[in-house]
Design a protein around this ligand. Structure first.
Ligand SMILES: NC(=O)c1ccc[n+]([C@@H]2O[C@H](COP(=O)([O-])OP(=O)(O)OC[C@H]3O[C@@H](n4cnc5c(N)ncnc54)[C@H](OP(=O)(O)O)[C@@H]3O)[C@@H](O)[C@H]2O)c1
Length: 241
């Protein structure tokens, strides 16, 4: 059984992946900012997940996280870089440098820093999965240029790390279509509006996080040893329409 570090494990896709892995007997170290949801992750996983509070927008917090992991002598079998923000939406003509920074600080720079700090802790055959999105890969909503650009950059970083590590550590990106999570609800202006918009998906609805969590488990574990340096779209056919 392995030990996996998951950022954004307190909600949505990250939480579902954490529970998927712990149900299979793995240990999870789950990162987020919300202590209450962190505690609930620990209890829902029967203590197989440990929550560590860390604001990924703060380099000091990331440094503190990794000094704790080092002190505890943690070795990792995988990393799911999942946490992200879409910031404040706006037209590409108007998005400010500040808006770009807010999104890139978490979605790209923190992901890069966490990856760099995690590499020395990796056990042989470790795997990194980066949560990109169809946004930034095959679909480009006009109000989310900063978010899309950050996700495109995540894909480039994924492939670059994969190339550099020559298979000693595998790196793949997942590009999900719409998933029913608090982030999507916020983006669409509420859960009801999100659900209404998803009736146009030819499945009639988005995926629940539990439906896509096994894909991440597959990429994080030895079931997928020959998949490396890929950006894999998982969207139920959404981008066909
Ligand atoms: N939902 C979709 O339709 C969709 C589609 C494609 C890709 N994605 C990607 O999937 C990932 C997860 O999104 P989700 O939909 O599951 O969203 P979510 O339910 O809102 O979860 C986001 C997670 O990220 C954490 N997080 C955000 N900012 C953080 C920060 N500064 N420091 C630490 N943790 C932070 C949150 O933790 P706290 O609240 O505890 O801080 C939370 O656990 C994101 O990368 C998103 O871009 C989502």
């Amino acid at each position: 059984m392995g030990t996996f570090l998951i950022t954004g494990a307190t909600s949505g896709i990250g939480r579902a992946v954490a529970l998927q892995l712990t149900a299979k007997g793995h240990r999870v170290i789950g990162i987020g900012r919300d202590e209450t949801r962190g505690t609930s992750l620990e209890s829902d996983s029967n203590g197989q997940a440990t929550f560590i509070r860390c604001d990924l927008a703060s380099t000091e917090d990331i440094d503190h996280l990794f000094s704790q992991l080092k002190e505890q002598g943690v070795t990792l079998n995988g990393l799911f870089n999942n946490a992200a923000t879409f910031g404040r939406p706006g037209t590409p003509e108007r998005l400010t440098h500040e808006s770009y920074n807010e999104v890139f600080d978490v979605n790209l720079y923190a992901l890069n820093t966490v990856t760099q700090r995690a590499i020395p802790l990796f056990d042989q055959g470790a795997s990194v999965v980066n949560n990109a999105a169809i946004v930034g890969h095959v679909k480009f909503p006009p109000m989310l240029a900063h978010y899309a650009a950050s996700k495109a950059a995540v894909i480039a970083l994924t492939k670059t790390f994969a190339h550099r590590m020559k298979g000693k550590v595998r790196f793949n990106a997942v590009c999900f279509g719409p998933i029913d999570t608090p982030l999507s609800h916020k983006l669409y202006g509420g859960e009801a509006k999100f659900k209404e918009a998803m009736t146009h998906h030819f499945r009639g609805h988005a995926a629940h996080p539990e439906e896509v969590a096994p894909v991440v488990e597959f990429l994080l574990t030895d079931a997928s040893t020959y998949i490396n340096g890929q950006a894999i779209t998982v969207d139920g056919g959404y981008t066909l329409s």
